[in-house]
Design a protein around this ligand. Structure first.
Ligand code: FAD
Length: 483
């Protein structure tokens, strides 16, 4: 029979590093070739006659996609001006470094005028609701909300109870109504509307967060750690209850309606974060039901493949399901033990990331319903090649056709980042399950988050940034003004 999906979708050309990945793996990561680090995978793959490209040649072998700025037409003149500024700053490494150094001293009103609105969804619930509506106009039907109050670097003015309360409001007043509205009005099938996610930053839920997370298993920090767990758990309970209620209204939906996502932090805090995630999985990710909690794995960590195997093993032993958000990792610039904890090269991180998402997607698509140990995956990346791989496996592989469980695989990018990639996935690959991570909150508190976005602008070879972005933003601005 001719496959209608194959006919309508534009075939994706996978870059060399992805062509080398086997399409189907065994269903346990601890016994999978994907578990091991790059060197080990290469040698195992060679045994099975898989073509391999030496890591240092990969970058040269990958063709850069021609830059497309079609997405810019969806933005206002003010936003285009912001893109122009960001493009100008990112056009030269030394200019970007200067901007990064000067950033802490830039007055808040200037930050608000120039970059806040590009990267952040608003200061209050009303503004974030409007952001949700604007994203829906661009075909992005849900969000991952993050009340962004950076707490771990000595900002102990935070009030964890206030964060819990505001986060609960964001679930009740933004995420749930927005998800229902998308289910009712978007014209999409019940399994083609992504869940609403709420990102939960562990450092925001307790004072002295860094010490509590680092020493979570020490008696003197036990009470504070338990308090942190109970605060995050209260939010996840709201999410779990909403999922139960909405499942009655939309019984044919396979994916959850709302999901609590634990964000990953600096490496030295992660053991405490993993413990938090496991407690929440156990409480809210019941067998044979959609998950309500997703934890994060940073695939730039050299230990990450072992961690994925460990999480899967613990879930099987303790009878709960895993929800995973796979990221490369955002703290490379501030990681003090970078040489020991992070993969040696970008290529190693890329390979590890692609193997991780491949394994999780295969795992989810090996079932039609909620039976798999890995119950939900967020592929959180701006990397166009990783997105191509995820899209190809989720929508075009032989295991995906007619498989409702693909609703449990969602792609995500940060607001204001990789908008051309998001636009391409929606317009050309017809991807429905795609969201933007939307930080919100007072501009002063989001300063560290904004700084990380600036740093990322200089991380990879970007063909949709710098001078080409400046030119495209000016052209689109002129078209808008004189149309
Ligand atoms: C929806 C969403 C949620 C996120 N949540 C989190 C989170 O909870 N915690 C978190 O830490 N990050 C988070 N991130 C950020 C993420 O970790 C990355 O920093 C960011 O997405 C850039 O990576 P990329 O996959 O887009 O790919 P690219 O731009 O291709 O890769 C850049 C990344 O590659 C890695 N890298 C760069 N150079 C090297 C090198 N020399 N050696 C080894 N590795 C290198 C770094 O991780 C760097 O950030 C999130 C991102 C998204 C889109």
């Amino acid at each position: 029979m001719i496959n209608p999906l194959r006919q309508t979708r534009v075939p994706l050309r996978l870059p060399l590093r992805l062509q080398a990945l086997p399409l189907r793996q065994a269903r346990a990561f601890h016994s999978s070739p994907n578990k091991n680090n790059l060197a080990r995978v290469t040698s195992e793959s060679q045994q099975t006659q898989q073509p391999q490209v030496p890591a240092q040649e990969l970058q040269k072998a990958l063709p850069l996609t021609p830059p497309s700025f079609a997405h810019l037409k969806d933005f206002s003149v003010g936003e285009l001006f912001s893109f122009m500024t960001i493009g100008a700053v990112a056009s030269h490494k030394s200019l970007l470094n200067l901007a990064i150094k000067a950033f802490p001293f830039v007055p808040m009103p200037l930050i608000k005028a120039l970059v806040y609105n590009i990267y952040c969804g608003g200061e209050n619930i009303e503004e974030v609701k409007q952001t949700g509506a604007r994203l829906a106009d661009r075909g992005i039907n849900n969000m991952m909300l993050s009340l962004t109050i950076e707490a771990c670097n000595g900002n102990d003015n935070i009030d964890p109870d206030f964060i819990v309360q505001q986060t609960q409001h964001s679930v009740d007043e933004i995420l749930i109504p927005h998800t229902i509205s998308m289910l009712e009005t978007s014209g999409k099938d019940v399994n083609s509307v992504p869940p609403g996610y709420v990102a939960l930053k562990p450092t925001g839920f307790v004072k002295n967060a860094a010490a509590v997370l680092k020493n979570f298993d020490q008696p003197e920090y036990k009470a504070e750690f338990e308090d942190l767990v109970s605060k995050v758990s209260a939010i996840c309970q709201t999410i779990y209850d909403s999922n139960q209620r909405l499942a009655q209204l939309y019984p044919s939906r396979v994916a959850p309606f709302a999901v609590g996502v634990i964000d990953a932090e600096k490496h030295e805090l992660q053991e405490g974060v993993y413990e938090l995630q496991r407690r929440l999985y156990q409480q809210f990710n019941k067998l044979d039901a959609p998950v309500s909690v997703v934890g994060t794995l940073q695939m730039y960590l050299s230990e990450s493949s072992d961690l994925l195997a460990k999480e899967e093993k613990l879930a099987n032993e303790n009878n709960y399901r895993l929800g995973l958000k796979l990221v490369r990792g955002a703290y490379i610039h501030s990681e003090k033990d970078r040489a020991t904890v992070i993969h040696k090269t970008k290529e190693d991180t890329d390979m590890n990331y692609d193997q991780g998402i491949s394994y999780c997607i295969d795992s989810i698509l090996a079932h039609q319903g909620n039976e798999s140990t890995i119950g939900h995956l967020v592929v959180a990346s701006h990397n166009a090649e990783s997105m191509k791989l995820a899209t190809q496996k989720t929508y075009q592989s032989e295991f995906s056709i007619g498989n409702k469980n693909k609703a449990n695989i969602c792609l995500g990018q940060l607001l204001g980042m990789a908008d051309s990639v998001t636009h391409d996935l929606i317009s050309n690959d017809k991807v429905d399950n795609i969201i933007k991570y939307v930080p919100w909150g007072p501009p002063k508190e989001t300063k560290e988050y904004l700084l990380r976005r600036l740093e990322e602008n200089g991380d990879a070879v970007k063909n949709d940034n710098g001078i080409p972005l400046v030119k495209a933003a000016i052209l689109t601005m002129f078209r808008k003004i004189f149309a």
